[in-house]
Design a protein. Sequence first.
Lengths: 372, 293, 418
Amino acid sequence: MASASSLSTSSRSAAAPAAAAPSFRQRRWVRMAAPLVLALVLAVLPLVLPEFANETIARIGVFAVAVLGLNVVMGYTGQVSLGQIFFLGVGAYVTAYGVQNDWNIVLVFVLACLIPAVAGLIVALAAARLGGLAIAMVTVALPIVGVPLAKRLSEFTGGSQGLSARFADNPEWTGLYDDQWQLYIVLVIGGIVFLLTRYLVRGKYGRAFAIVKGNENVASSMGISPYRYKVLAFTIASLIGGVSGFLYMLVVQYTSPETMSFGHSIELLAAMVIGGAGSIVGSILGGAWYVLVPQLTNAVDASLTALLQGAVLLLVLFVLPGGLASLPRALTRGRRRSGADRGVGAPPTTPSSTAGSGTAAEGSERERQGPA
Amino acid sequence: MGTFIQLVIDGLSTGSVYAALALAIVLVHSATGLINFAQGGMAVLAAYFAWYLTNQGVPLIVAILLSIVFSFALGAVVERWLMRRFERGDPDTAVVVTIGLLTLITGIAGWLWTYNNQQFPSLFPLDTVSFLGVSVSIRSIGTTVVIVVAMVLLQALFVGTKLGLALRAVAINPQSAAFSGLPVGRLLMVGWGLAAVLGAVAGALVAPQLTLTPGMLDNALVYALAAVILGGLTSPVGVVVAAWIIGILENLAAVYVPFIGHDLKIAVPFILLFVVLIVRPQGLFGRKTVVRV
Amino acid sequence: MNTHFRSRTARGVAVVSALALTLTACGREGGGGGGGGGGSASPGITDDSVTLGVTTPLSGATAGPGTCTVAGVKAYFGAKNAEGGVEFGDGKTRTVDIRALDDTYDPQQAKANYDQLKNDVFAMTAGLGTPTNRAWRDAAIADEVPQVLIMTGDPLFSDTEESPWQLGFVPIYQNEGEAFGELLATSSEEHKVAILSQNDDYGEGYVEGFKSAIEGADNIEIVDELTYEATDTSVDAQITELASSGADIFFNAMSVTPLMIASLQKAQQLNWKPSWFLPSNTSSPGAILEPGGAAAYPGIYSVSFAKAPQSPAFAQDEDVVEYLAALKEHGDYPDPPAFPHCQWSWMIGATLEQAFGEMTEPTRENFMEALRSIEDFQAPLMLEGTAVNTSEEGQPAVSTLNVQKFNGKGYDTVESFG
């Protein structure tokens, strides 16, 4: 929703080979109006869509926010985190506990953001000293230890039976159905988080993140402390994870130790890469992937879900190694090269030949994908 | 005291299960700089293959040998037709591809052989040997011995052979390896194939204990990863020792530190990992190298 | 993900709105809260068919028992449909369709599956798991959708005050533990008990029931009590620690098949040979006791209400033969199952048919009433002395259990310990 320009590229290039496309897109009124129209569509949609569609979009919103958080630390800053689901879980537990004890809902929301953020900060202060796979292993520990810990703290978490909390029944004055009201809340909170994150990663901090991701030594020589920015990125990711936990409780209304199992953390990582690492639109697509693919495979054959999900994942990455968000770029390039065969990548025995034949577009792609 | 020694022995035998998988992960990492999440899945597939053959009346040892051949081919095919497209791109993407592969393999195994627990015959008898008031099964001893042999062979491969040297050269810098005339593509296929062979051995060793299911090695994977990092990504001896340390410490902490107990004992290897990494970022036995990730 | 997000021209909005308005028209009609009582039919039922929904793990770590929960009920109604259908209390004959979705034991996915099914199915049934069923319990109550004969021993689902639209099928975990505790309390000898339990509501329920039954019995002493995690790869350390306690009774509330086999083997290796108590879902003679070498122990006790198809005693049993044939033909389950959940799911089919036979109106309310008034129904595959009773307050559909002792091949019902 945030990156309007790249979205319209996709619809354009997918729709027709219209030569006038770029000029239409570049017209000023289009650029001004696009976000407004988008906001309007999002405002109208919940009113007109059927119940299950609203529930599905709300769920996509929850996981899009979770993937966005992961993107901040991984996609933009290059630090592998396998523990994002832990922060979603903490956020959900805080929300459930607060609601059950009748705390003010605004207070609950603030705590659901702050507590995971503080937890993330503490972990990051220690973990950000490490690099590469070591930081990945430390973050693996979060869901792995988190599950038994949640059971141990059964006084607050309800043990393995989990906590239920319904707090999103719509107020009388709205005249809305529950699913519509919930979707509006998800859209508003999720929208704000996405906008703020977009400003963050496109501004001064985002550039610093990118430099840290590119090369820590270069960052140090430019006066950017890799350690400080890694901690910052990790903390923000945890905070966003907490927000997604709050939204999770809003939509799912139940949390248990199963919520934060390691497998889901891996699925979030996969969703991020498939959506498109380091991309705002990619985060939304990643959330959609997380929610829609199980739904889709269930519809095809519920007893073959694992097989189908694995196959679809491999297929998508094989065609689009840069994730779904790179589709417009891939299409543009495909058209420019007019059907040049990309096939299975050339064997790395001949590095010079591929490098020589690349067009400008492929060159930049290669640069983006190169070992970071 | 008897209980203490027994716990140490139990930890060693559990640690050997983690070590078996960890060795395969180290081999792939040494050759490609990647962590292969599907390693356990490929091992399970090999175990199902062997199990299927024994059900057709093939003797167990022959079935396992055939599954090893099958695994080598599987590993090479996966490298050539799937991983190669991602090897020079973003490492995160390549890791997610291995996650997708794991899901796919698990799904295929569940589809072909159901999610029922299958009994996998054991290479070693279940009889026990007792000494010093400690009892240990021949199966555990056999598993541990095979792991140690695999470890020694792998260490020798890395340190003492041209193939090992070439594999490492490819991992560290594929381009200059190619320029110096190494057949990089074929080396990568061999690396993946050998790792899958190790996986197949691991699968055949642990399947009788864990019983054969599509997700048999999922829980062991986390421990294997911890052992890989703790031992230092480059050292076969290191990861085996690390896996044993994890197995033993976990047991002792659960029994003798009441606060940890059997529910939080899984935290022990990670705390250990964390402390070690702060002091020695390259792991217990690792060399300081430039890692591609 | 959604074409609407991409349409941003004015024309796009117009198209979207038009399209969406049509969708609303159909969408909201079918929605709402489950039929509002009386007269008009609830969703998911017509004059010649009824659709039931299931959300259960069909992939992932719990896929083994999860697959069974669908296979049994599918096989039951598959066989019935082949004969023309099931006769309902309103005089109509309907075929029964099962729509099963995979939730991978993820509560969030279970809720999503429920949301997807709730307006298309008449009732939800047979799903496995405590967290996955709890995730949408509140929603099912609010929507007035039956969530019945589900496979969890969580007592919450059998509390009619708290859960008006729910009913569990299998005995609550406490009952199973209690049944063995009662048997042990009648023993004339002194006993030392070691306890190992899964660290969740399953293990806690068993232990709670057991302890309440032996309260006041001064011949029984609990000497050690440990837990394990369902995700553990080994319980050797726990068995070693418990063996050193010298207990002669081992109460093992464990739901994971490979770990149960491993514990049976490990204790033998340590030369610790107590009498065992095993839960109903991990006591299969063929899949667990035989590979575990259970014959080495003085006694293996379990509780059950279902005939074990692997047991030679029931090999020629009419129920068992019919069940295994249907499972193969209609349940998509070729091998004899290693999990009792297949049998239980088959019984769920029979219990549902019983309720359908009492339904006078095609509504969810009427179905709940009919379901809650089943008394002493001897479902196929049930052991003598057990029955389905749905009107007992605070109890699931099955609350009677037989304590059984392993005889080397199958189980015999026992009345006293020893």
